[in-house]
Design a protein around this ligand. Structure first.
Ligand SMILES: NC(=O)c1ccc[n+]([C@@H]2O[C@H](COP(=O)([O-])OP(=O)(O)OC[C@H]3O[C@@H](n4cnc5c(N)ncnc54)[C@H](OP(=O)(O)O)[C@@H]3O)[C@@H](O)[C@H]2O)c1
Length: 264
């Protein structure tokens, strides 16, 4: 049977991806560390939509975690039709004030695991001449973001990586898209100790972001930027000097106060 595999499905965008794909009748493989949350969600979706939902508790910031997810799917004979690489976390502060261990986990989770999962599931998609990969990047992918340096760099990796393989895989009927959300109301900020309302950026709920992503993946869009203001900021930003965009990037990476201090 075919499945949509969603990493980071226990909360935020990943949970909404699970709910939206379930409503479309897709069978699901939900991966995250919080077992209780995954089990509650899977029971809910199974009952409501009469679909098959598998859960896998896995820390994806460990080096060999992608291999473990792949082995689980092989053992259970689950065909991954759509891979949603969504799991992630935030960090904010001066680069050299961050614990190195956290930065390393971020790079493994956002980049190494995402790359490996894509690599491992691709051969089967190629054999079947169909499949989709949705990689969750961010609007921070388009430029340097002071006080969010590693986060922004990992998101830029996702964008460049996805665009590159998208072109390689076009002839195999495989879709590859990057989702670049703006600030979205999820638990990511609380977990990172960031107040998103202190920034100058608009913030919205996760449901429209996920619907735009599923719709964009269906149409095989290269980059999906939900929200008009986010689109204007990203496309308009390309016309401005990078040095100016870096200054404006502080608005995203830190907060209003820091931006005003840095502008003075
Ligand atoms: N919210 C925003 O404003 C925003 C904007 C742009 C991009 N994004 C991106 O959207 C994605 C989802 O974030 P969110 O906003 O929905 O945040 P969230 O509510 O905190 O959800 C993050 C998900 O990732 C999982 N996760 C975190 N670390 C993990 C690990 N080591 N191993 C396995 N799973 C892990 C979490 O599950 P467990 O804790 O149970 O493991 C959770 O399910 C991230 O890639 C984020 O960078 C978010």
């Amino acid at each position: 049977m075919s499945y949509v595999l969603i990493t980071g499905a226990s909360s935020g965008l990943g949970k909404v991806f699970a709910q939206e794909y379930a409503a479309l009748g897709a069978n699901l493989i939900l991966v995250a560390r919080s077992e209780e949350k995954l089990l509650t969600l899977s029971a809910e979706l199974r009952d409501k939509y009469n679909i098959d939902v598998r859960t896998l508790m896995q820390d994806l910031s460990l080096q060999e975690s992608a291999e473990k997810v792949f082995a689980f799917c092989n053992r259970e004979k689950l065909t991954v039709e759509t891979l949603v690489n969504n799991a992630g976390f935030g960090l904010s502060g001066a680069f050299d004030s961050m614990p190195l261990e956290h930065l390393e986990k971020m790079i493994i989770l956002h980049n190494l695991t995402l790359m490996k999962l894509t690599y491992l599931f691709l051969p089967d998609m190629k054999r079947r001449n169909r499949g989709s990969v949705l990689n969750v990047s961010s609007i921070t992918a388009f430029q340097g973001i002071p006080y969010n340096a590693v986060y922004a760099a990992t998101k830029a990796f996702i964008l460049t990586f996805s665009e590159s393989i998208r072109e390689e895989l076009r002839h195999y009927g495989i879709k590859v898209c990057s989702l670049c959300p703006g600030l979205t109301e999820t638990a990511i900020f609380d977990k990172a100790g960031i107040d998103p309302y202190q920034t100058l950026m608009p913030i919205g709920p996760p449901e429209p972001v996920v619907r735009a992503a599923i719709n964009g993946l269906e149409k095989n869009k290269n980059i999906i930027i939900p929200g008009l203001i986010n689109k204007i900021l990203i496309h308009g930003g390309r016309l401005l000097p990078r040095s100016l965009m870096l200054k404006l990037g502080i608005v995203l990476g830190r907060n209003k106060k820091a931006f005003l201090q840095n502008s003075c």
